[in-house]
Design a protein around this ligand. Structure first.
Ligand SMILES: [Cu+2]
Length: 274
């Protein structure tokens, strides 16, 4: 065998080993943060399904590559051939593989995500039980506002926090988001939600948490040099603890309230559509 042939064989095998190793590494290291929401499993299922199918297809491709490397390699008495893959059966094989990827992965994703969006994630909860929170994104902080006992926003009994979100377990949480400056994106990995806060617009999201604990929130939209600072605490409380926390905050809130301070009173009328 010529040294050139040997070289290209080594190269092809190295490529195969690297790709296969990469695949294994990704599969073994895939560990999303714990899901503590009622509907988050839908996102995980979409990820899981896509990952499983892509893994199968990728493994098939690797197998065919490996098979061809052995079967058609240059060796004493047999030289490697250059094939352009333009014969009808080649095109048919490629087309069939592409079509099955499209049908099994893309179409299925479109169908399930359309269903989940319209039936779950965009069906915003109503009723007395709903905990309403207003969210303001700004360079480089997240602000959260709770209406307080009067149930009205932007009044003296509002509770306001920065980089700290408290919610009670087991109740639907409905949030309205706005931005003061540029596009931000509120990311709550543990409930599998991410929603842009867009200047000049009001967006919303909802979820229901299932497990008390201390989690993280972040900004998922590169919004400037201080983007990395927009992380915060996301705390899920037992309902009684949540009420106690609100009550404790209320004292400070009423002392600090200043009706003339426009920037501190950034809240809005809940019904306003912006
Ligand atoms: Cu941001």
């Amino acid at each position: 065998m010529s040294s050139e042939n040997r070289q290209s064989n080594v190269l092809a095998w190295s490529l195969l080993v690297v790709l296969g190793g990469g695949l294994l590494t990704v599969l073994l290291s895939y560990s999303p943060p714990v899901d503590i929401s009622v509907e988050g499993h839908r996102i995980d299922e979409a990820f899981g399904y896509t990952t499983r199918l892509i893994t199968i297809y990728f493994a098939i491709v690797l197998f065919v590559m490996g098979y061809c490397l052995v079967r058609f390699r240059a060796r004493p008495g047999h030289s490697a051939e250059y094939i352009e893959g333009n014969q009808p059966r080649h095109l048919l094989m490629t087309g069939a593989l592409a079509a099955s990827v499209f049908m099994l992965i893309d179409m299925r994703l479109i169908a399930t995500s359309a269903h989940d969006a319209s039936e779950i994630f965009w069906k915003f909860p109503t009723g007395k039980d709903v905990v309403k929170i207003q969210v303001l994104g700004q360079q480089f902080e997240w602000h959260f506002r709770y209406a307080g006992p009067d149930a009205k926003f932007n009044t003296a009994d509002d509770v306001e926090t920065t980089a700290l979100l408290h919610v009670p377990k087991g109740k639907p949480i409905l949030m309205q988001l706005r931005s003061k400056d540029v596009i931000h994106s509120l990311f709550l990995p543990n409930v599998r939600l991410k929603q842009d806060a867009i200047p000049g617009r009001q967006t919303q999201l909802w979820f229901q948490a299932t497990a008390p604990g201390d989690y993280e929130l972040a900004c998922a939209e590169l919004c400037g040099l201080g983007h990395y600072k927009m992380r915060g605490q996301f705390i899920v409380d037992e309902p009684a603890d949540f009420e106690a926390w609100i009550a404790a905050q209320l004292k400070d809130a009423e002392e600090e309230y200043d009706a003339d301070d426009k920037s501190a009173n950034w809240g809005w009328d809940w019904e306003a559509r912006n």
